[in-house]
Ligand binder design. Structure first.
Ligand SMILES: [Zn+2]
Ligand SMILES: [Zn+2]
Length: 184
């Protein structure tokens, strides 16, 4: 997914804001478990002598399974970040991966910089990466999701089951025995 910035980028110090909608396909957002909706994008660009600096915002939703109860739920997704694009300078090729040993600190090129050809910006990849990074490692449908019973698999948010370990309060043991007898 690209933005044409040919005219904007000609003069340093110019600014422009782009607002658009991006489909999950445009952002290449297809993962095994997460189903994304459309994203609203707001991209503010400022030209510098060397390229462009952008403030990027993306808002959307993803449907994914809860890591405790496995029920699917909808999670709002919002990412905000700054990204810089620079024109490649001949003799100093833009290196995105791998630093020369000992030069990582001094190098003007870092992983935060992306190449810019003077015509258009590739925004899809960087948005995709940020959106995927923003997803929780263990998504929860609610902070107090009670999950599944490890024995019978009952969704404990919906009902309780009888195979949960009973509280081991000795004063309750006689009651517990009676209750089990009653159950049989
Ligand atoms: Zn859950
Ligand atoms: Zn159970």
């Amino acid at each position: 997914m690209k933005i044409n910035v040919e005219n904007l980028a000609r003069v340093a110090g110019r600014e422009a804001t782009y607002e658009m909608e991006a489909s999950p396909a445009a952002l290449n957002l297809a993962t095994e478990e997460a189903v994304f909706g459309k994203f609203r994008l707001k991209i503010h660009l400022r030209t510098t002598g060397k390229g462009l600096v952008g403030n990027l915002e993306a808002r959307g939703q993803v449907r994914l399974p809860c890591s405790r109860c496995l029920e699917e739920f909808v999670l709002p997704v919002e990412v905000f970040f700054q990204q810089e694009w620079r024109k490649e300078v001949s003799g100093d090729p833009l290196r995105r991966d791998g630093h020369r040993p000992g030069e990582a600190e001094q190098s003007p090129w870092s992983e935060d910089l992306l190449p810019f050809d003077g015509l258009s910006l590739e925004i899809g990849e960087v948005l995709r990466d940020r959106i995927l990074l923003s997803l929780p490692m263990k998504p929860l449908c609610s902070p107090d999701c009670r999950g599944l019973c490890p024995v019978c698999g009952t969704n404990l948010n919906e009902k309780t089951c009888n195979c949960r370990p009973e509280p081991v309060d000795p004063r309750l043991l006689p009651l517990q025995k009676l209750w089990k007898l009653g159950k049989d």
